[in-house]
Design a protein around this ligand. Structure first.
Ligand SMILES: [Cu+2]
Length: 173
């Protein structure tokens, strides 16, 4: 699946290159490409400024937190890994339940916090617990991994201010 995605990505890149180089004036195309990349840099440096205000965020309770009950920071564990989440100051509800000061857990694996003004991505690195659960079992490659919790509201958008845990590091045997 990964190699298929890679192939698709490569095909897309090839197509882009072909269309970029397809012009009858290669010099002009090169110049345009350089201009484009020069313009890209400042835009990438400040993506927030070019985006609309973002989606409305639900308020969190001041001082609310989420945290790992297990594993402990620095623990050495083996697969499958038992993970238990704790929550303080907010109510745990399933996704879709629009209730003040509530949300559901998201486990971030080997990734940074996502943007706070849009729904938390759903992929292998961002696991949603939309059923309102507070524990799971995961399997990770042997080695060191970073885990982080982030609460999301009924639409999977982080609260304002965001309710997040400290990043913990575990070693999988
Ligand atoms: Cu979610």
């Amino acid at each position: 699946m990964t190699s298929k995605s890679l192939l698709l990505t490569l095909s897309a890149v090839s197509l882009a290159l072909i269309s970029a180089c397809g012009g009858s004036e290669p010099d002009a195309a090169d110049a345009a490409a350089e201009t484009a990349s020069a313009n890209d840099s400042p835009a990438q440096a400040a993506p927030a400024a070019t985006e609309p205000a973002g989606l409305p965020r639900s308020e969190s309770v001041s001082g609310a937190s989420v945290y790992f009950i297990t594993p402990a920071n620095g623990a050495t564990v083996s697969n499958p890994i038992d993970i238990e989440f704790g929550i303080d100051g907010m109510e745990l509800v399933p996704a879709g339940v629009n209730q003040p000061f509530s949300g559901h857990h998201h486990l971030l694996i080997d990734t940074e916090l996502p943007p706070f003004n849009q729904p938390i991505p759903a992929d292998a690195n961002h696991v949603h617990f939309g059923d309102g659960s507070s524990s799971t079992q995961i399997t990770l490659e042997p080695g060191e991994h970073k885990l982080l919790l982030l609460l999301g509201d009924h639409l999977h958008i982080p609260h304002d201010p965001p309710v997040t845990s400290e990043t913990i590091t575990i070693t999988v045997e």
